[in-house]
Design a protein around this ligand. Sequence first.
Ligand SMILES: [Zn+2]
Ligand SMILES: [Zn+2]
Length: 195
Amino acid sequence: MAHVIEAASSGRAKCRSCDQPIAKGELRFGERQPNAFGEGEMTLWFHLPCGAYSRPEPFLEAQGAAPADAAGADAAGSATQAAVPEPQLEQLVAAARFGIEHRRVPRLHGAERATSGRAHCRSCRELIAKGEWRLPLVFFEDYRFNPGGYLHARCARNYFETTEILDRVRHFSPELRETELAEVAGAIEAGQATQ
Ligand SMILES: [Zn+2]
Ligand SMILES: [Zn+2]
């Protein structure tokens, strides 16, 4: 079966990427995968932005299957594909394309202050000091997002080959205040490219 975008029929499914519930009636992205536990297929559910950020290829495939014309969605008689309203769709598609052009960017999972001084940066390999801003990474393996270590915020430029990641930081760390986001942005921008 093809990947799907549809209104959630219940509020019980959790998003694979951010681990938060998907509200009943909210549009969600379903990635079809071979069933890991038996025959057939299973569906991994995501909030739309989480899908676009974390699983850009299948998300764009689902877009390809969706009706091109939002107003004609019902008339087209599509049983499953729900049309995402513009301009949200444009933003989501742009985010997914950006994640394909910058292949490490979908690993980014927010920002936080280091709770200890023991983790090494995956980019420069040096320790990340306690209290310093760090960017958690996740890797999609075996149908799950597994913790993949941290980066100094200042190493984002080298690791991701872009600094245009603040929308993702904001999305995956909604608890950060504007002043904190500004600090993260400053640390990211302060990073020097070493190549
Ligand atoms: Zn989510
Ligand atoms: Zn570093």
